[in-house]
Design a protein around this ligand. Structure first.
Ligand SMILES: [Zn+2]
Length: 271
């Protein structure tokens, strides 16, 4: 599933080719995504200049003069900039063709992603307005998590994966960050000290930054490559390493399922 680092890498990859360019036309081959792709964009977008591409959580925001496209990649979506004449693959559902002869192509085998149009300020959209801070933003700090977690009995892993508290901490990043911070994933969020939240916030920032950097080196080609991410090439300390020796203490890594998600940790290094 595309996580925040992959979405950010996508943003960085596609922006130079289509930002400040004028839309020529829009082709919707299959608009049945998580929500229907609004037919109106075929009329609204042509002749409009794409002013900027920003990101909030896992949403890409393509800003035009009279509104914004919100794009979410869902479980299996990807975006590429290609020649409009490039041969179609199965599941290439939407093309936004620009006058500079570049085409932003949306590909999504499972169709859990979304392409929505809003003419209101994007951050007020119902999908964005309740999102917590960005992990790399200054407002995401130990005090923020500590304040929000008092008296909370939810596990720390589920707490940091809840996008109301912070966006972008996916399952892999949660396991890896908790290992780095030495916190057991089953601890109640309300029982984690401010000092430990300090370590955890630093760990989350480090892990996400590394993933974006990794994405930037693996996802080099957004103009014709297959857009496949390389996150599993990252050196992981615990995720997916059940039974393998902990890199810090040699004890075999433990595994359990929490909130229906695979969870990996070291019983010695994480308390
Ligand atoms: Zn260990």
């Amino acid at each position: 599933m595309p996580e925040l680092p992959e979405v950010e890498t996508t943003r960085l990859g596609i922006s130079p080719h289509i930002e400040k360019q004028t839309v020529h036309s829009v082709i919707v081959r299959n608009g049945k995504l998580r929500w229907p792709v609004p037919n109106a964009i075929k009329k609204i977008l042509p002749k409009q200049i794409l002013l900027s591409i920003t990101r909030r959580g896992k949403y890409l925001i393509l800003e035009f003069k009279n509104g914004c496209l919100l794009i979410h990649l869902g479980m299996s979506g990807s975006l590429q900039v290609v020649s409009p004449k490039k041969e179609l693959r199965k599941h290439d559902h939407v093309d936004i063709i620009f006058k500079n002869n570049q085409c932003l192509r949306y590909h999504d085998p499972r169709r859990f992603g979304s392409i929505l149009w809003t003419n209101k300020p994007p951050f007020e959209h119902k999908l964005l307005k309740d999102l917590g801070p960005e992990p790399l933003d200054k407002t995401f700090n130990a005090q923020h998590l500590w304040d929000r977690s008092r008296k909370r009995r939810v596990t720390i892993k589920q707490f940091i994966m809840d996008s109301h508290n912070v966006v972008g901490v996916g399952n892999i990043y949660a396991s890896e960050s908790l290992f780095r911070a030495g916190i057991h994933p089953r601890r109640a969020a309300g029982k984690v000290s401010l000092e430990q939240y300090n370590l955890l916030v630093k760990s989350i920032k480090t892990v996400i930054k590394a993933a974006i950097k990794q994405g930037g080196t693996t996802l080099k080609d957004f103009t014709g490559g297959d857009g496949k991410p390389g996150y599993f090439q990252q050196r992981l300390n615990v995720y997916g390493r059940k039974g393998e020796p902990c890199r810090q203490c040699d004890k075999p890594i433990s595994h359990c399922v929490m909130g229906q998600r695979a969870t990996y940790y070291c019983t010695v290094c994480q308390k």
